[in-house]
Design a protein around this ligand. Sequence first.
Ligand SMILES: Cc1cc2nc3c(=O)[nH]c(=O)nc-3n(C[C@H](O)[C@H](O)[C@H](O)COP(=O)(O)OP(=O)(O)OC[C@H]3O[C@@H](n4cnc5c(N)ncnc54)[C@H](O)[C@@H]3O)c2cc1C
Length: 317
Amino acid sequence: MTHHVAIIGAGLAGASSARALSRAGARATVFEKSGGTGGRLSTRRTDHGSFDHGAQYLTAHSVGFGETLGELTRAGAAGEWAPAGKDRETAWHVGVPGMSGLVKPLLHGIEVRPRCRIRAIRVERDGVRLIAEGGPVGVFDRVIVTAPAPQALDLVGELDPGFGAISEAVMAPCWAAMFAYRKRIGALPDMVRGDDASPLGWMARNGSKPGRYGAETVVVHAGAAWSADHLAEEADAVRGLLTTAMAERFGDDAGDPEFGVAHRWRYARVDRPAGLPFFSGCDGLVLACGDWCLGGRAEAAFDSGQAAAQRLIEELA
Ligand SMILES: Cc1cc2nc3c(=O)[nH]c(=O)nc-3n(C[C@H](O)[C@H](O)[C@H](O)COP(=O)(O)OP(=O)(O)OC[C@H]3O[C@@H](n4cnc5c(N)ncnc54)[C@H](O)[C@@H]3O)c2cc1C
């Protein structure tokens, strides 16, 4: 009998586990609250160009993630980014044509149900029932939750005391801003890294990444401490502050974008991982995984998704 596994979240952890399960012969259905896939590997498309406003580039240390990035590169869904001023030795990979392009091929052939926010999980005699905003969406043999740690805890915390340790993971916010300019701004480098207290904790010219064309688009990530200090502010106010920071650093033209918008990532990065590859509760019927299990980078999300899927593959074989 084919086992049916529900996966909550279509980010890298969800895609990684869905693909592994599907390849092992299980049926995987992915529920995603937003309209697209990729999670924090995200690309915002606007009339003024596209922006990678979440993760900027991916690095691989493990063999498995390295092989997957190689596969995605050969398929044209990823490329290497070598910006002027690159300050780390490891190869930097980005999705093509945008960051979310990395996740799409991993979900090829897998049922994804977008705009479906799961509100509750109930363990019942015949399986695990998922309830979305509009009502029940099905009963599954197993469920894997891949939401950021605080949201995962909301969903599974009451189901099993063992899930309480998810609260060991500490996640931090990040304010991002997206700017588009009418013309190339000569003073703008491909990338700049600042300190945690700076409004310009990171700045990148989106167009310097492979496979991006068109307008001069820039993504700014405020530093960790700056983002935390300004967390409660309105997006418009933060856009203004980050526009001013661009002008102060790179000149008046950089402070005069044709388009600008700020985005608050409430759970952007992992300050402290929970320290396990994944969590399992309710006699193994419900699992939780994501970057917050192992570390703050996309590779941790991928590895955690693989580990959770592997547990189910071994158990359901
Ligand atoms: C600003 C920023 C910069 C970053 N920079 C880098 C970088 O340069 N390099 C790097 O390696 N990493 C970076 N990261 C971290 C990287 O993006 C993450 O580690 C990785 O994408 C996490 O993947 P995930 O699948 O664990 O979680 P997510 O990508 O968050 O996926 C979880 C998914 O679950 C969905 N979801 C949540 N709750 C529900 C629900 N109840 N029902 C249905 N769906 C739900 C969400 O919508 C989301 O799509 C950055 C992140 C941010 C935000």
